[in-house]
Design a protein. Structure first.
Length: 332
């Protein structure tokens, strides 16, 4: 590699270092105002409206999109268009998140003043706590950076990256606070791969026949372990009684707990080690319903596999979380 190439690579690495340091520095500023912003959004009777100008506006669009897709109703409002009629999207009870690194963008401040008169609360995402925007806001999320990655110090680079990261942090905390799940995510992404899968029936994607990890109660534990490992390494084995009905299950988590207790598990029969009354789902159930059952789990945590049984309680299929989320090929 010649000297010119090395110089270019080092410049690029320098940009990444500056931006990475800027994001990491935000962690020290996550405090009470961040928590108050989360509480304010959770208590909203209205929606989140995000506005900005220029590059900050582009970042705001992405933050609004992330919030929408993860359970927090949010809209993007172009500050310039807002001053020519689009401000009608703001209503009393809404929360306006205004983004400006300097906190002095003229169009943005006009929007803030008008939104306050309408009855919206204001949260500023800015790099200056002494700015007009910060002083006019109810809360301030400090997204200031030590310097931009631009060698001229002019193009928004580290500052927009930091703002985007703060928006992601806010959206992800809200997502967890409202109990947003995979099934909710799929509901908001009906055109995506996961959304399409959740519209299917369990029978469309369940594993059947030779793909089922099945053993008998009387089989030695070693056979259960071999079956668990050989059947696509699903980490689960179903156990049947002498009549062929489903009577138990052993998962890799159960196996770890058994081994931690000590003793010679390999010399024992499967029936002595299995967990009885495994959770099941009907073949005609929606995949979305199966996912909700997995997420609810047993009361001690979520699960990753469900057995499908016929009217005689004989196992006819197995659905694993990987089948729902799309690991491998879906054959229908």
């Amino acid at each position: 590699m010649d000297e010119t190439a090395n110089t270019r690579i080092e410049r690029a690495r320098g940009v990444l270092r500056i931006e990475a340091d800027s994001v990491l520095a935000l962690g020290e500023r996550i405090g009470q105002e961040f928590l108050d912003t989360v509480d304010m959004i959770l208590a909203l009777k209205g929606k989140v409206v995000i506005t900005g100008v220029g590059k900050s506006g582009i970042v705001g669009q992405k933050i609004a999109a992330t919030m929408c897709s993860t359970g927090t109703p949010a809209v993007w409002l172009d500050a310039t268009s807002a001053l020519h009629g689009d401000l009608g999207v703001v209503a009393p009870g809404d929360l306006l998140i205004a983004i400006s690194h300097s906190g002095e963008a003229g169009e943005l401040l006009h929007v803030v003043f008008a939104a306050k008169k309408i009855g919206a609360r204001i949260v500023a995402m800015t790099g200056s706590r002494q700015s007009t925007l910060a002083l006019q806001s109810d809360l301030v999320l400090d997204v200031g950076v030590a310097r931009e990655a631009c060698p001229l110090g002019l193009a928004p680079t580290a500052s927009t990256t930091a703002t985007l990261a703060m928006g992601d942090a806010l959206a992800m905390v809200l997502m967890q606070e409202i109990g947003f799940t995979r099934s909710h995510y799929a509901r908001f992404h009906p055109g995506g791969n996961l959304g399409q899968r959740l519209k299917l029936k369990v029978r469309d994607i369940m594993r059947t026949g030779d793909d089922l990890p099945l053993v008998r109660e009387s089989d030695p534990f070693q056979k259960a372990l071999d079956t668990m490992t050989s059947k696509a390494n699903l980490g689960v084995v179903l156990i049947c009684d002498s009549a062929g009905a489903l009577s138990g299950i052993i998962t890799d988590g159960d196996l770890r707990r058994l081994l931690m207790l000590g003793g010679d598990v390999h010399s024992r029969c499967t029936v002595d080690l299995m967990k009885r009354r495994p959770m099941t789902v009907e073949a005609d159930a929606a995949v979305a319903d199966a996912l909700r059952v997995m997420e609810k789990g047993t009361g001690k945590g979520s699960i990753t596999s469900l057995a499908i049984v016929d009217p005689q309680c004989r196992p006819i299929g197995l659905i694993h979380l990987h089948d729902i989320l799309g690991r491998g090929q879906l054959l229908i």
